[in-house]
Design a protein around this ligand. Structure first.
Ligand code: MN3
Length: 211
């Protein structure tokens, strides 16, 4: 996998691939410090505790996500967290990038344009009731689709999500991701997000997912 999804417990928090303040002004330094060190850190700790002595103990993170049952609440709630956040950090970039490569062609053919994809994605992100994520995924038949998931559910959770797939772009719309800077105005955070998307990473994930 492109991500560290093959890792097994005990899981770790990967370092940010840029400085805490690197995404300013779109995502502020304090939010990044708390989000990465405290929130992501807590999901990793809680997942390590949850899998210990369970049937999930010797599985990789991707295997846990694939197999987790809706009723296994502690694993369900904490397995998505490490994966989703590790992916999220990699999908952000302080350097301006633009959609290119194979994923650009697939976006144009699926949504007609990048702008139309962004509209669909923004609608999904703004439509999450409470906490959750918006995603661009590659479905099992290698199509692009925009979905959202509640809480820390993840598109790899085949027993739980309505539409399964490999995530290639994700946006965390929990209030902890934006409240310090954007307060209650999630829409402004969603708009700002597009300034820091790492399209090179999206293309890399897409290319791997359709192989
Ligand atoms: Mn988060």
């Amino acid at each position: 996998s492109v991500l560290d999804g093959n890792a097994k417990a005990p899981f770790e928090v990967p370092p940010l691939p840029y400085g805490y303040d690197a995404l300013e002004p779109h995502i502020d330094k304090t939010t990044m410090e708390i989000h990465h060190d405290k929130h992501h850190g807590a999901y990793v700790k809680n997942l390590n505790d949850a899998v210990k002595g369970s049937s999930y103990e010797n599985l990789s993170l991707e295997e846990i996500l694939t197999k987790v049952k809706a009723d296994d609440k502690a694993v369900r709630n904490n397995a998505g967290g490490p994966y989703n956040h590790s992916l999220f950090w990699k999908l952000l970039s302080p350097q301006k990038t633009t959609p290119s490569g194979k994923v650009k062609a697939a976006i144009d053919s699926t949504f007609t344009s990048v702008e139309k994809l962004q509209e669909a994605f923004n609608t999904a992100a703004k439509g999450v009731f409470g906490s959750g994520w918006a995603w661009l995924i590659v479905t099992p038949d290698r199509k692009l689709s925009v979905i959202s998931t509640p809480n820390q559910d993840n598109p790899l959770m085949g027993n739980i999500v309505k539409e399964r797939g490999t995530p290639i772009l994700g946006l965390d719309v929990w209030e902890h991701a934006y409240y310090l800077k954007y307060h209650n105005v999630r829409a402004d955070y969603v708009t700002a997000f597009w300034n820091v998307v790492n399209w090179n990473e999206v293309d890399k994930l897409y290319t791997a997912a359709v192989k």
